[in-house]
Design a protein around this ligand. Structure first.
Ligand code: SF4
Length: 360
């Protein structure tokens, strides 16, 4: 058998040393077979879950599902691990419909198929129902500048509201190692030390309504997704049904440069992604760095470090036909109309992926 593999010209898997290698693992550059790839891919995620105590038995867990590759693979792997290792979790899919014709309507069809394929109940919350606006309508008013700020702020709150409706204990999102490294870099470039300190946390929002965790914190995007020239990935091997078109309103040039930079580094040295995350983890906040104090929005009751949460400020601007009110530093929207409402309540919402070409 082994002879046959060698005669066929293929190398043997360096893990099992029995089957023919089917891919070079992007994370380690090891030549391994499909079966070993599934095993290490899934078991690494299991280890991350166990070591970080992400879940407790009988918890209700919402999976932020956009239909994209990360959240689709997350839903699949989490269902598998939940069964295999008896986590005892109740899993749910939670999607946000931003109201983007030709993009989210199509990707939600994928999530609806995933609901049946994985047997997980699905809840969809929409911007139209929550805020009275679709992203199509917002872009019509504001154009293609700052649209992702509106979308990112609204999505964050929409996910929390959907999670509350599902009565879940935690939300998991498909942020992968590349996303986190990219966010570390962006927070450094923007001098946002407060966010830098928490963007590498595997669980965030423990002081808020529903904590969020990232089981893919150390999972390389290349191992999840299909690349044009590299078809040998988990989603491809497992023939998972996901949606891969980018949002039609996706500008985000700055984030795009950071992403490309990280891809270049990874090509030269695959460990670069893990090292950037490690650097982010090791940053210590000096005592003089002022951290925003969390309270609740006086208007809608959502968590906020200002009198009004960012979503309410943005919404007020939209409803008054003055959408720039909520962008950057703006005056006049606190109770007394006297104080500045600064960006610290969310405009630089780069803790997670803003863009969902991308997942949540
Ligand atoms: Fe929303 Fe992402 Fe589209 Fe921006 S690119 S409008 S954040 S879905």
């Amino acid at each position: 058998m082994e002879e046959n593999h060698k005669k066929a010209g293929g190398r043997l898997c360096c893990l099992c040393n029995r089957r023919r290698a089917a891919l070079k693992r992007p994370k380690t550059l090891e030549q391994i077979c499909r079966e070993c790839f599934y095993e290490v891919f899934e078991e690494e995620i299991h280890q991350v879950i166990v070591e970080n105590q992400l879940f407790k038995p009988s918890e209700r867990i919402g999976i932020g599902a956009s239909g994209g590759k990360d959240s689709t693979v997350l839903a699949y792997v989490l269902s598998e691990l939940n069964r295999r290792h008896n986590y005892g979790l109740d899993l749910f899919l939670l999607s946000v419909d931003e109201g983007i014709t030709g993009y989210r309507d199509d990707s939600l069809e994928t999530v609806k198929r995933n609901e049946i394929q994985y047997g997980l109940p699905l809840k969809i919350v929409s911007y139209k129902d929550l805020y009275g606006w679709t992203m199509d309508e917002i872009v019509k008013m504001i154009g293609l500048k700052n649209n992702c700020t509106f979308c990112g702020v609204f999505r964050r709150q929409a996910l929390d509201r959907g999670a509350a409706l599902l009565k879940v204990d935690k939300l998991v999102t498909g942020h992968n190692a590349d996303d986190i490294a990219e966010t570390v870099l962006l927070n450094i470039l923007r001098g946002d030390i407060a966010r830098l300190s928490r963007c590498t946390s595997i669980t965030t929002g423990e002081d808020g309504p529903i904590p969020r965790c990232k089981p893919f914190k150390y999972t390389y995007e290349k191992e999840i997704v299909i690349y044009p020239y590299d078809m040998l990935t988990y989603a491809y091997f497992k023939k998972l049904d996901y949606f891969s078109t980018e949002c039609i309103y996706s500008p985000n040039a700055y984030r795009g440069f950071a992403r490309e930079f990280i891809k270049d580094l990874e090509r030269m040295r695959p460990r670069a992604i893990l090292d950037i995350i490690k650097s982010g983890e090791d940053f210590r906040i000096s005592m003089s760095t002022k951290m925003p104090e969390q309270g609740t929005c006086e208007r809608c009751g959502y968590i906020s470090s200002q009198k009004w949460c960012k979503a309410c400020i943005l919404l007020e601007g939209l409803n008054k036909g003055l959408p720039k009110l909520g962008i950057g530093r703006s005056r006049g929207l606190d109770n007394n109309h006297k104080k500045d409402v600064k960006q610290s309540n969310g405009t630089k919402n780069i803790e997670g992926k803003q863009c969902g070409s991308l997942d949540f």
